[in-house]
Design a protein around this ligand. Sequence first.
Ligand SMILES: Nc1ncnc2c1ncn2[C@@H]1O[C@H](COP(=O)(O)OP(=O)(O)OP(=O)(O)O)[C@@H](O)[C@H]1O
Ligand SMILES: [Mg+2]
Length: 277
Amino acid sequence: MTSRRPSPAAPETSGPLDPRAIISFHHVDLQYDDQKALSNVTFTVANGEFVCLTGPSGAGKSSILRLIAMDAFPTKGQVIVRGMPATRMNRGRVPQLRREIGYVFQDFRLLEDRSVEDNVAFAQLVVGQPHKLIVKNVMRVLTQVGLYDKRHRLPRQLSGGEQQRVAIARAMVNSPKILLADEPTGNLDPVTAQEIIDLLFRVNDAGTCVMFSTHDHEIVKTFGQRVLVVDGGTLISDERRRVPVDRSASLVDNMYRAPEGARSPGARTVRKEPVHA
Ligand SMILES: Nc1ncnc2c1ncn2[C@@H]1O[C@H](COP(=O)(O)OP(=O)(O)OP(=O)(O)O)[C@@H](O)[C@H]1O
Ligand SMILES: [Mg+2]
């Protein structure tokens, strides 16, 4: 399932008003009732980028993704997504924007009493897709995520990785312009996490801007083409690799690495490119 292509070079944007920016944050604060979650966050994302959002627990990663999906609104500053400013006045237009955004949650949030295909079809039903197209689109995405044969199963009859693939299929089925994935590999072993990352690459190859959060240093090191680091609600770093990441690299190489001293003579040393070469 691994993509053998290098990541596409996404254009850099020059600021929040740059028409190439699909997402822009301009000096954004987010205050929950009793908690400040984000302070003065500024960045832009261009169409087609593959962005990795990382930082410790409570740093503000989910809050950034929620602001992009307009599930929350900034208390200060400006968030603009696909040209639409996030303001409470624009609330009525949010359902339209959400059709263009796929959202994958760490805990999957599948409908437990519906089959795999019904879970994916539901996303099409809510946007009013005609029945004939729903069947076609659902079969297409389930084939893409490798779950066509398990389409009649209930979520509990699937592994965690398979459930996450259903969640990605559901997020992909409306052909979103932006895919947001909050810790999509959070509960998965390295082999399964690799499958999910490969899927995200394929979504990105099809032209969708992908932004995902992760705690996993290996994923950041191996696949972080552009890495935003948040800590304590502040964006502390925004770096791009100058050379494209090798999308065929494997996380699994590091899975059972023995300590240096315990290596048998001649054992292969896995050498990785530095994160921001
Ligand atoms: N609905 C909420 N109400 C009040 N405070 C919240 C709410 N959601 C998040 N917070 C707080 O905002 C801060 C940022 O939370 P956020 O969920 O964005 O962090 P995170 O980086 O996604 O963390 P994790 O890695 O644990 O998922 C935290 O201090 C959190 O306690
Ligand atoms: Mg979170």
